[in-house]
Design a protein around this ligand. Structure first.
Ligand code: NBX
Ligand code: IMP
Length: 833
């Protein structure tokens, strides 16, 4: 048999299998429409179609899920538990199909039903169970763990309401609730049998038994039940399906009954509602402490249920022998939000399993690892001791004991240094004593990591310097990453196909392979195809913008995007200052610049963060004035896209030319949006902050626009004494811009509206916008010049994609696994059951 005959036979077999798969997909969708939902062709809605398709996809997932979970049990594999208050999953349909390798088959079948996957996808709600980077990182990590065949579990809260919907009304942000579960969630499987009690309040009764052993009992506590809901996490074409387990609060039956027995039915019902409020809503603050009682209860609720579940799984094989626990269990804390787990594991081992303090502490510290995501002081979690002791009396005792033993060690290590004890204590002394959760997390973990090289250095050199001196080997870096499955294959199919045509498809699992694109930058026909893909993506986004905002933009213009949470340190204001100064230049001469520009903003402000909300109003107000000014000949447009989230990012990023990553150096721990843009062929304009530094290293300085002070220079300037007024007085265009803002040029009906913004810059400028202003403006002129040469820009776009290999979350997870978790991957074979 010749080679080509062999190929033919193989193709024929493939086609037969595919057609069989198509038939069974079609049968299953029909079955769900008619049997599960009791609909017919007269009554089926779009939602019914979506639900039927999703339930069909779920069948493929479920089979693999069971196989995977069984394999982990059979191998008694070591597991990694990723504990996070946030999982920003976005939509599941397309991603599941891509990872299952069934996209084309489903695409064909749904066409027979007179619809398309894109149309069905539009019906799905985002699972918006997170604020921003930290929550999305958790979602990317789950995808990578599954793709690498690692026994990874996500554990979190099944919030009934995710991050709020943002509407823009009259230029202002308005928040409305996100009822993502209203029409059911075909991706989750409720597990009513998996139910754990979680206690709050009450007091600790201490006693000593006949043998002289000390016992603590938690009495008079109120109890809430945690009920599991499971969500499948498919790996990319490898049959692995891991689990994301989210807990919902349920009231206990006894609780209801005690009132009921006394005839107080109404009270019973109202208490049930109050209890179940625990998992009602995600706190919408990112990088800002709030200190609310309900938040601390959420943290403990999910931690306690999770540890009970982990211990149940462990005990199945090892009963009461906990000596192997750290060899079978790794727990990664996604920031300090789940750090109470350290005290909870101690409690479960000491009070529950009757282990000694020393045994329990050895197990605990070998099990936990902590990831820090911020250096902003206002974001570091601290809980008042009073509140903590009220809600978790036993944990407060345990934390005091951990602290006292820890401080003894510190005193031994640093004798004659009394200041250091106060600085390192887990308890911050003062009128209102506080539990410093980061200190607890560091003391109770064997690994502490930052999320980019610079950030990890800052942690060692300043934020946690004392701890680093005490335990240098605990500290390490794990530069963040993103999953190329969602952030290229699924969101940018045209570019993804073009890349695969050029270099094959191995890059999807081995992103460093993108380097092989480099020589194609010299291939003119490839450059044309690349440019065409980008233009078509921009045309699609332009249509969306016209529909959403009623603004007509030129798809050929430079798409300049800043999409991220609204925060002063991220400096959306610096971008606005540039827009206004560019407007002033164009007002004098519309031909003064070389490229037409569309500035696109997207991002939510925390509902209580007034300055961030005012910045949104300034962006929309400036957009109104500038977009409607005939004098500038359409050379500049500004668009604020409402309700930025995972799904909107998937639309914007493939259409972007320029990625704005302009935080004050030393403030953005890493950034991951920066990586998504580079992977989709946008060039970055950015400061030497977070992972921007590593993007620069990977793509080369000719292919990125770096400006502004570096983090050492920022420190120096602050130490020297920074005076923003000096810049205002000496830079004409800056002065003019600030004066326009403060004098009401953009708010003619409310002249003083933006004064607080101008004043905060003039008199404080905590994030040094003025210091970086000139460098930023100058670099933006360079951007326009380079964008005007299509060929050079396209080459640089290719070099950005070619240099993005490092930023796969597969690489990040491989590093976590090699240095911290040390798990073996477990291959899953399908075939006969
Ligand atoms: O975590 C973000 C950082 O700001 C980014 O630089 C980093 O890339 C990303 C992933 O490592 N932090 C973040 O998103 N924080 C929060 O969303 C947050 C949420 C709740 C909270 C504090 C912070 N209480
Ligand atoms: P868990 O890991 O104990 O939460 O169980 C999750 C799934 O793993 C179960 O629904 C079973 O499909 C599978 N499983 C549980 N226990 C065993 C076992 O002892 N051997 C093989 N598979 C198991």
């Amino acid at each position: 048999m010749s080679n080509s005959q062999g190929e033919l036979i193989k193709t024929e077999i493939d086609n037969k299998v595919k057609s069989k798969t198509r038939n069974s997909i079609k049968k299953s969708i029909l079955n769900h429409l008619t049997q599960t939902l009791a609909k017919d062709k007269f009554s089926a809605t779009k939602l019914d179609m979506y639900t039927s398709v999703a339930l069909t996809v779920r069948e493929y997932l479920s089979e693999r899920w069971s196989k995977t979970q069984r394999a982990y049990h059979d191998k008694q594999a070591k597991r990694i538990y990723y504990l996070s208050l946030e999982f920003l999953m976005g939509k599941s349909l397309i991603n599941s199909l891509v990872n299952l390798g069934l996209y084309d088959e489903f695409d064909d079948v749904v066409k027979e039903f007179g619809t398309t996957l894109q149309e069905i996808d539009a019906t799905e709600f985002d699972a918006g169970l997170g604020n921003g980077g930290l929550g999305r990182l958790a979602a990317c990590f789950l995808d990578s763990m599954a793709t690498m065949g690692l026994p990874g579990y996500g554990y979190g809260i099944r919030y009934e309401y995710g991050i709020f919907f943002q509407k823009i009304v009259n230029g202002y942000q308005i928040e409305t609730p996100d009822p993502w579960l209203r029409y059911g969630n075909p991706w989750e499987i409720p597990r009513p049998e998996l139910l754990y009690p979680v206690k709050f309040y009450g007091y600790i009764a201490e006693s000593t038994d006949a043998e002289g052993k000390h016992h603590c009992e938690w009495k008079d506590a109120s109890e809430v039940m945690a009920m599991a809901h499971d969500i499948s996490i498919p790996g990319y074409k490898n049959n692995t399906v891991n689990n994301l387990r989210l807990w919902a609060a349920k009231s206990t039956r006894e609780f209801d009954l005690s009132y009921f027995n006394h005839g107080n039915y109404e009270q019973a019902v109202s208490d049930k509602v109050i209890t179940e409020n625990l998992s009602k809503v995600l706190y919408p603050n990112d990088n800002m402490r709030q200190g609310k009682e309900l938040r601390l209860k959420q943290e403990y609720f999910f931690v306690s249920a999770t540890l009970q579940d982990i211990i149940r799984r462990y005990k199945k094989y090892y009963a009461k022998d906990f000596s192997l626990f750290p060899d079978k269990t790794a727990i990664q804390l996604n920031d300090t939000h789940p750090a109470v787990a350290i005290a909870e594991l101690m409690r479960l081992l000491i009070d529950g399993e009757k282990l000694t303090w020393d045994e329990s502490w050895a197990i605990t510290t070998k099990t936990f690892a902590y990831t820090n995501h911020t250096v902003l002081p206002e974001a570091l979690e601290k809980w008042s001791v009073e509140l903590f002791a009220k809600i978790l009396p036993r944990h407060m005792q345990i934390i005091y004991e951990i602290n006292s033993r820890f401080l003894n060690e510190v005193a031994k290590k640093f004798p004659k240094n009394s200041d250091i004890l106060g600085r390192m204590s887990i308890i911050e002394e003062g009128e209102d004593k506080k539990v410093q959760m980061a200190h607890l997390a560091i003391v109770g973990s064997h690994s502490v990591n930052g999320v980019s090289a610079l950030h990890s250095d800052i942690i060692k050199d300043s934020l946690f310097k004392d701890f680093y001196l005490m335990w240098p080997s605990k500290f390490n870096n794990k530069t963040n990453g993103i999953t190329p499955r969602r952030w290229l294959v699924a969101c940018n199919p045209a570019l993804s196909n073009l890349i695969t045509e050029a270099i094959g498809d191995k890059w999807v699992k081995d992103l460093y392979k993108l380097k092989e694109l480099t020589p194609f930058a010299n291939d003119n026909s490839f450059l044309e195809k690349w440019e065409k893909v980008k233009l078509e993506n921009k045309q699609r986004l332009s249509e969306y913008i016209l529909k959403a905002n009623g603004i007509k933009i030129d798809p050929e213009s430079l798409f300049d995007c800043q999409i991220k949470r609204l925060h002063e340190y991220k400096r959306q204001l610096l971008n606005i200052l540039h827009a206004i100064s560019l407007y002033n230049i164009l007002k004098e001469n519309p031909k003064a610049i070389q490229s037409k520009r569309t500035i696109i903003f997207g991002g939510k402000a925390a509902p209580g963060y007034h300055m961030a909300k005012l910045i949104i109003k300034l962006a929309t107000s400036a957009a109104n004035v500038i977009n409607n000014d005939k004098d500038i000949d359409g050379m500049l447009k500004i668009v604020f896209l409402a309700n930025y989230g995972v799904s909107l990012a998937e639309k914007i990023i493939p259409a972007s030319n320029l990625s704005e990553q302009i935080s004050t150096a030393g403030t953005e721990a890493s950034g991951t949006g920066n990586m998504k843009f580079a992977l989709n062929g946008a060039l970055t304009i950015g400061t030497l902050d977070g992972a921007n530094i590593e993007i620069l290293e990977e793509v080369g300085e000719e292919n990125i626009f770096i400006f502004g002070l570096n983090s050492a220079e920022v420190d120096q300037l602050r130490n020297k004494g920074y005076n923003p007024a000096d810049y205002y007085n000496s830079i004409d265009s800056l002065k003019k811009t600030i004066d326009m803002i403060s004098s009401g040029f953009f708010s003619p009906d409310e002249k003083t509206l933006f004064e607080p913004i101008a004043n905060s810059l003039l008199y404080h400028d905590r994030y040094l916008l003025f210091a970086d202003y000139e460098s930023y403006i100058k670099t933006q002129r360079q951007v326009e010049k380079e964008f005007s040469d299509k060929k050079i820009w396209t080459k640089k776009s290719i070099f950005n994609v070619a240099g993005s290999g490092k930023f796969s979350s597969d690489r990040t997870i491989a590093e976590y696994n090699k240095n911290i978790w040390r798990l073996k991957s477990v291959p899953i074979k399908m075939g006969r059951k």
